[in-house]
Design a protein around this ligand. Structure first.
Ligand SMILES: NC(=O)c1ccc[n+]([C@@H]2O[C@H](COP(=O)([O-])OP(=O)(O)OC[C@H]3O[C@@H](n4cnc5c(N)ncnc54)[C@H](OP(=O)(O)O)[C@@H]3O)[C@@H](O)[C@H]2O)c1
Length: 302
């Protein structure tokens, strides 16, 4: 017990503002790593078992910020962060602010300017893993902003789990990663539920379909790595599959889905890009080429 107290006094005191599922998971991880932890939440009564494990529940943002040397804020959005931090003390002295709230790169950059105008050392971050991974080797957080601030919080942030990686001085960079990764998630979920709708309209039982659908997921990591190299080199070989072939395939999906009265808006949008690529002469090339078509000026799609 004495040694635990001694260790606690040596660890950086951490404050967590926001006790949604992620804020609670973060506070829990800092407690597990034996940091003194203070928590605050707009609505009282959300601390769960944290007080019983040693966390101090602050009655105000002022008190919470004063208690921590590293202040983590993890709320629903940046408006909530700004509204909350307006109640923080004016003087942050040695404290560092780490904002793990999801948002957009431009919001992260504005938040960094807001902090700089108040003399607050600021990092913006993105949590890439769900709550059960926090505090385990699978936990992954990206941080961006001043390298100097990152180095000051690096040891403390190690409590979050596997990696707390600095991805650059641009405070919007962590958010940019998060948004692009969410893009994969959002469109994949849409694709998966659409495929289930189509399969069930054709009378295929969900579990039977899932056995094959899960196999497709297994091909994606290799494809993502291969696409990265092709996009970097600007070389899009069509030796495995071509855009022309995809144009044919997506036409069949749209036709079958529409025949069942299933919405085809997402597929039609994808087909527009594929058709544009074919019109631009990229039919024989590989699918990674579509990246450049998507990024082309609007005239390409006019
Ligand atoms: N949960 C995950 O698995 C996960 C994974 C990766 C990233 N994230 C990100 O982590 C952040 C927090 O997520 P979450 O899952 O903990 O829950 P959330 O539902 O996104 O956020 C809940 C928190 O936001 C607070 N809040 C909402 N509006 C507020 C306002 N106007 N002023 C002050 N506080 C306000 C809530 O306080 P009250 O209790 O008072 O409403 C609560 O503390 C989000 O940006 C989310 O995208 C979450």
């Amino acid at each position: 017990m004495v040694s635990t107290l001694h260790e606690n006094t040596r660890r950086t005191p951490v404050t967590v503002l926001g006790l949604g599922p992620m804020g609670r998971a973060l506070a829990s991880a800092f407690l597990d790593a034996r940091h003194p932890v203070t928590v605050w939440n707009r609505t009282p009564g959300k601390a769960g078992d944290l007080p019983g494990r040693g966390a101090v529940v602050a009655g105000s943002v002022q008190g919470a910020v004063r208690a921590g040397h590293v202040v983590i804020v993890c709320l629903i959005d940046y408006d909530a962060v700004r509204a909350t931090l307006e109640h923080a003390p004016a003087d942050w002295e040695d404290r560092r602010l780490v904002n793990l709230t999801s948002g957009e790169p431009a919001q992260a950059r504005r938040m960094s300017q807001w902090a700089a105008a108040r003399g607050i050392d600021y990092l913006d971050g993105a949590v890439l893993t769900p709550t059960p991974a926090i505090g385990t080797p699978a936990g992954a957080v990206l941080l961006s902003g001043s390298r100097h601030v990152y180095e000051a919080v690096q040891e403390t942030m190690a409590a979050v789990g596997g990696t707390a990686t600095h991805v650059g001085d641009d405070p919007g960079r962590a958010s940019a990663y998060e948004i692009a990764l969410l893009d994969i998630f959002a469109t994949s979920v849409n694709g998966i539920v659409h495929a289930f709708a189509l399969a069930s309209a054709e009378g295929i039982e969900p579990e039977r379909f899932a056995a094959f659908a899960a196999g497709i997921g297994g091909f994606l990591p290799e494809m993502i790595t291969r696409f990265a190299e092709q996009i970097r080199t600007g070389h899009y070989p069509g030796d495995r599959s071509t855009i022309a072939s995809a144009a044919s395939g997506i036409t069949h999906i749209i036709s079958t889905a529409a025949g069942h009265g299933i919405d085809v808006g997402m597929l039609t949008a994808a087909k527009t890009t594929i058709d544009q690529a074919v019109a631009d002469g990229y039919g024989p090339q590989g699918l990674a080429r579509l990246t450049t078509v998507l990024r082309a000026p609007a005239r390409a799609r006019a």
